[in-house]
Structures are given as C-alpha cells and as structure tokens.
Design a protein around this ligand. Sequence first.
Ligand code: HEM
Length: 263
Amino acid sequence: MFAPGKYPAVGRLNLATPDPTARDAAVRVRGIGIQITGADGQQWRSAMIDPPFFPVSTPQAFYELLTASASKDPEAMKRFAGAHPEIAAFGEWAKSAPWTASYAQERFNSLNSFVFTNAAGTEHTVRWSLVPTIAATAIAPDDLAKRDADFLEQEIVERVKAGPVSWKLVVTLANPGDPTADPSKPWPTDRKAEEVGTLTATQIIPEDHGPCRDINFDPTVLPDGIRTSDDPFPAARSAAYAVSFDRRTAESGSYPRQQGATR
Ligand code: HEM
C-alpha cells in the first residue's frame, strides 16, 4: 500500500447520525469512509471521525451509551455518565471544538489502533489520520443556526468543482505501554508520526447511485501488512456494519441497489 504510486480511492463523507434528514449544523461528529485499492487489487477500508478520541472505552459501553441516549428516562444519561466517567472528556471536546466550514478542513482519525508489519517483519501498533491541507475556519454559533440544512454537502461540491481537495495520511506509532486497546485514550502528542501519502478528492458524486453506496466501510477489510490489534472495536464494528449494510441496502424504494453490487 505504501509503495510509491497512485492508487484509486473512493469514499463517503458523512455525519455521525442515523437520521438521514438531520441538519448539517446539528450533528457534532463528522466522518469519512474510504476505500483504497492497492496495485495488486487488495483493499484498505477505513471509517474515521473528527473527534480526537472516542467517547467510551469499549464496544459494550458504546452500546450502553446509545441505549441511554435513546431512552425516555431523563436519568438514563446521568446514570451512564456516572458509570463511564471517560465520557466527560468527549463532552468537553464537543463543547469547545470549532464547527468548521468544510469537510476539507476536518482532521479525520482512525481512533482505533491497528498493527503494521514492515518489510523486515517488525510490527508497530499505529493509529492513522487524514490531516487537512487547508486551515480551518470556525463558524460562529449564530451563523451556524442560519446555515442551509445541507451546507456541508453544498460546500464540498463547489470546492471540488473548483479544484482537487486533499488530506495528508499520517500514521502515528505507539510507544510501548501506550493504550492500544482503548480509543477513548489519545496517545501523548510527542509520538512519532509519519506522513505516508496524500488523499486527493477530484470528483464528488451524489450518493443515491454513486460508487460508495454499495460499499460497507468495514474497518477490518485490510491489505497484507495491516491487521487488527488488541483494540476490540474493529471486530465489533465489523459485525454492526454488516447488519446496517443489509438493512439500508434493503430499503429498495428510496435506495435501489445497483446491478452487480457486492458487500
Ligand atoms: C462499537 C463501536 C461502533 C459501532 C457499533 C458503530 C456502528 C456503525 C454503524 C452501524 C454504521 C453504519 C454502517 C453502514 O450502514 O454501512 C457506522 C458507520 C460509520 N462509523 Fe461507526 N460504529 C462504531 C465505532 C466507530 C468508530 C470508533 C469510528 C471512527 C473512528 C466510526 C466511524 C464511522 C464512520 C465514519 C461511519 C460511516 C461509514 C460510511 O459512510 O459507510 N465508528 N458505524
């Protein structure tokens, strides 16, 4: 995957909500799913989000968070936060991080760790990020409220029409003892980071019949040389994404399948 060259990539920019009608200005977490195809046809799929760490430590806790936030019991979230104090840091991020004006200004993070094996057979546990190549502009809260429901989508369509948009792919190496199994714990900022490539978006295609619609951005689809680590999230995500993929592609009225679709 890291041999010098140009490799095709397709991806989907998203808002972290199950509500397809949600306003762009109302969803705190933004993400990208990406599939890179290497020279030998192997695929590297990744789904990344813009917070610098995940709200909870384990897949079970994430399940409990979703259950609590969907609950009608006004005490449910308080009880959850009491049992999972690690969520406080995420709350702070959500309150203080800027709402940027463009997907192109977002840093998207794998948060989960993976293991890279180099040509000599040495293993390194890593996390990766897509780092924007342009500065972020923050939208003030009163301005945000006035933005069009799909302002992010409209912005990226216009931006890519005017010229390619790119992010640097940066791989951060864990030091021995770093928390590799817990995405709610960021690694210290002095860890070695290598820029390994550039993702360039040259075309934006509407999702309805676009090439990403029938891709499941399962984070366990990895090329030779990259494997899952002791982080339990990717396996849990793989199981959940498969169920979700089956449900959404079965919505044949609003979301027709393309011929020859594969998972
Ligand atoms: C146990 C934890 C998690 C669960 C149960 C979960 C569940 C899901 C589900 C059901 C989908 C929809 C998949 C589809 O319909 O194709 C999804 C999409 C997504 N998830 Fe997660 N997720 C988890 C953790 C994470 C983490 C840690 C990240 C990023 C660091 C992440 C990033 C994303 C992104 C970017 C998408 C959109 C991908 C696309 O456009 O297809 N998720 N997640």
